[in-house]
Design a protein around this ligand. Structure first.
Ligand code: SF4
Length: 163
């Protein structure tokens, strides 16, 4: 969904968004039941926890570097390909509940996008990405995360007007 401003090559070289430490483990993606089944078919040891209609990974331990790698991550990339969770398709954009209102924020840890001009980051949202994110969140509220300090808000959801 971000192909217009983020190349697949940049992501393939980085994969930072697929590895978590104990401070950002809350950032692990929300999976649909179908994706859980696909992962479990190849990695039956993986456990999921229900979350508001979706599923998140049960993180039980970290490796010797203090990291947790998403079990869908393989040496050649995400085993889910283009079917990866919506959370992953929009990262580093996030949708969060900011004081009771949905808003799109950005994770500063993605250096590639965080270094772009604000006009480019917001421009992509205005060009349809924001509408897609809010629409997806309407049917999958589980992807809306509580606001996390340090995530700049790029756009609040427009107020709905009823005439
Ligand atoms: S599902 Fe795929 S893209 Fe998402 S965090 Fe896991 S490996 Fe990365």
């Amino acid at each position: 969904m971000l192909k217009r401003i983020l190349s697949g090559e940049s992501c393939a070289e980085c994969r930072l968004c697929c590895v978590f430490d104990r401070y950002d483990v809350w950032e692990t993606p929300v999976f649909t039941e179908q994706l859980c089944r696909r992962i479990a078919a190849q990695k039956p040891e993986v456990r999921f926890v229900p979350k508001d209609g979706g599923y998140i990974l049960r993180v039980e331990s970290f490796d010797e570097e203090g990291l947790f790698r998403c079990p869908a991550l393989t040496p050649t990339g995400c085993m889910l390909g283009d079917d990866k969770p919506f959370d992953c398709r929009i990262w580093p954009y996030r949708i969060m509940n900011v004081g009771g209102r949905r808003a799109i924020t950005i994770a500063s840890i993605c250096e590639e996008l965080y270094s772009r001009p604000l006009s480019q980051l917001v421009g992509l949202l205005k060009d349809g990405l924001a509408a897609d994110i809010f629409a997806y969140a309407d049917s999958h509220p589980e992807i809306v995360k509580p606001y996390y300090e340090g995530y700049p808000v790029l756009m609040f959801e427009p107020e709905k007007r009823y005439i």
